[in-house]
Design a binder for this molecule. Structure first.
Ligand code: MG
Length: 339
């Protein structure tokens, strides 16, 4: 198999702020694998929080290419070889893994979700994310987004958290999920959860720092809102210790190494009685389409990373009114260049 990789710079439609900082451009790495004249495509959306940059991905892909071998259907074996060869770099692995799934699907003439036996499963509606700003600006963006999406994910971790949720609730009846991105202490989280629960908040994502599992459990035992781990739930190895600590986990292909890693994480989470959100970074339709292939297996979808871009060079998943995800009925990931 031949491998190529290139960096793509993707400006965001509007600056995107979470508790850790502001992003105006996403640097993704597009990976192509070819075998017998057929090409599979994947993309990495590296995050500095998880120790990766686009340059790291570019440097890592040639080393991961040494793990490929000649069988385009040996996806599990390649995934294990990649993880033995390099411990971290999950976004680089994700790009190679989804390119393998895309290639295998194209060689079989089947969409990946059909190859996996997931036909006929209802996909949860995706949320649309509202980044941190002043409460009025967030409420305005939420009101606009609520015309197209029935679920909003609201980023918190600012000085105005309660006022933000109140302002958004005043202008929309949409389902609200909140994500603190590890910004609070456990006690702060319990206090705020008590204040926002009556406003109809569906779930609370990563209230406390990733290492603070006692804090997560403290919040879960006292809050009237379900608690979901994101930064505390990176790979399948993290899942067993989260059983009984949180209500659910947020799985992202860029944290766990792609579709193969996510499937392992989904199985682990179900065995531990955890609910599952499928999330994303700011990323192109290539990797959003990859995640959407397995969205029938999860409870909540947050697959809007491509919708935050000012221009996405690719298209894959169609988003209908309300946030309904519609997979392309094309082989592999079903991704094609945008017109
Ligand atoms: Mg999150």
């Amino acid at each position: 198999m031949e491998v190529s990789a290139r960096i793509v710079e993707l400006p965001l439609a509007t600056p995107f702020t979470i508790s850790r900082g502001t992003q105006t451009i996403a640097r993704n790495v597009v990976v192509e694998l070819s075998h017998d004249g057929v090409a599979g495509m994947g993309a990495a959306a590296p995050s500095s929080f998880y120790g990766e940059s686009a340059e790291h991905v570019m440097a890592t892909v040639p080393r991961l290419a040494e793990c490929l071998g000649d069988d385009p259907f040996a996806i599990e074996a390649v995934f294990d070889r990649m993880n033995r060869s390099i411990r971290l770099n999950p976004a680089a692995k994700a790009a190679v893994d989804m390119a393998m799934w895309d290639l295998a699907g194209k060689l079989s003439g089947l969409p990946v979700h059909r190859m996996l036996g997931l036909s006929g499963l209802a996909l949860p509606r995706t949320s649309f994310t509202i980044g941190i700003d002043d409460p009025g600006a967030m409420a305005q963006r939420a009101a606009e987004a609520a015309k197209r999406f029935s679920v909003l994910k609201v980023k918190l971790g600012s000085a105005d958290d309660l006022e933000i949720v109140k302002a958004i609730r005043r202008c929309t009846g949409a389902t609200i999920r909140v994500d603190a991105n590890a910004a609070w202490t456990a006690k702060e989280a319990v206090t705020l959860a008590a204040q926002i629960a009556p406003l109809g908040v569906e779930l609370l994502e990563q209230p406390v720092p990733p290492w603070d599992l006692d804090g997560l459990k403290f919040v879960r035992e006292r809050a009237a809102v379900p608690v979901v781990a994101d930064e505390s739930a990176v790979t399948w190895e993290d899942v067993p210790r989260l059983a009984g600590v949180v209500d659910g986990i947020n799985i992202k292909l860029m944290k766990c190494g792609g579709i193969t890693g996510a499937l392992r994480m989904i199985r682990a989470a179900r065995a531990c009685g955890l609910k599952i959100m499928l999330g994303c970074m700011v990323e192109t339709s290539i990797s959003i389409a990859a995640a959407a292939q397995i969205a029938g297996l999860v409870d909540w979808a947050d697959l809007d990373g491509n919708l935050l871009l000012s221009h996405d060079p690719w298209k894959g998943v169609c988003v209908r009114d309300g946030g309904e995800l519609v997979l392309a009925d094309a082989p592999g990931l079903g991704v094609s260049p945008a017109e």
